[in-house]
Design a protein around this ligand. Sequence first.
Ligand SMILES: CC(C)(COP(=O)(O)OP(=O)(O)OC[C@H]1O[C@@H](n2cnc3c(N)ncnc32)[C@H](O)[C@@H]1OP(=O)(O)O)[C@@H](O)C(=O)NCCC(=O)NCCS
Length: 291
Amino acid sequence: MALSDPAPGAISALQPHEIAAANALVCEAGWNQVDADWRIFLALGQVYAMRDGGGHVVATAATLSHGQKFAWISMVLVRGAFRRQGLATLLLRRCIDDLTARGCVPILDATPAGREVYRALGFEDVWGYHRLALQAAAQARIAPRPHGVEIRPIDETAWRDICDYDAAAFGARRDALLAGLRGRLPGAEYCAVAGDRIVGFLLGRDGRVASQLGPLIADNDEIAIALLQRALAAIPAPIFIDLADTRSAVLGYLSAAGFAPQRPLTRMQLGSGDRFDDPLRTYAVAGPEFG
Ligand SMILES: CC(C)(COP(=O)(O)OP(=O)(O)OC[C@H]1O[C@@H](n2cnc3c(N)ncnc32)[C@H](O)[C@@H]1OP(=O)(O)O)[C@@H](O)C(=O)NCCC(=O)NCCS
């Protein structure tokens, strides 16, 4: 099928009333986002769309800036009948132009199909992770409590310190994004505290096909596992988590609980360059759409 728009290939902002149409692309791709995720992009970032001759959305891409240095490109979706006509490439070029004009390094988390599009545009692999899925009730796994660390539900008192801790590990402040996730999956919201210091936290959110855990940022494996243990006791399957490939101890814990790898994802940056986040504290990302 070809675009028969009066202005073929025109790219313009997704309008709030088109969220349902954008969600149809999410469903077709089997992705997990819901309206609340699109609303985060509309509020904090930019969503571009391309439409067919009838004005129906057939392709999307979104950008989300994280501070001044780098920004995410995501929600790159093209309706099946319109693929291999260069739509994703056109949308990516538009997003890249926007971000580089502001001096931001474009970053994205690629599916295997998306990675082919992005490599052709100059993106290079930085690190990898896997989406792990739990489809049935978690097998209870009791892990030893980390010494001197308390796992607590996140409350208002701790919130500012959690945002500071996240910024140091992620490489930029993203308070508004974290606030947009908070409250969507209360059973996943925990922080780890040692004395008066935050040493880890976990958030989550609802999804179209599964609850999603992440970000999971922690000082060490024991703390990351203790945070997960609390969440898994509170949240029913299905559950997704996007776990960095280097995290073998946490992978072992999650595998024993019943999680299985679903698909690989690759974090890519335009051109080469060091990663902005802290590999020592990054366990699970917020999600490929958010970083
Ligand atoms: C991945 C996706 C966005 C590509 O959209 P598209 O509009 O078909 O991509 P383009 O036409 O711009 O492709 C440009 C080039 O990328 C490569 N490419 C695109 N899709 C590919 C695929 N499925 N497998 C291998 N290479 C692919 C090809 O080299 C293609 O050039 P060619 O058609 O001349 O051979 C689309 O298949 C899609 O929506 N998939 C489901 C959601 C998804 O995975 N999104 C990516 C998230 S990171």
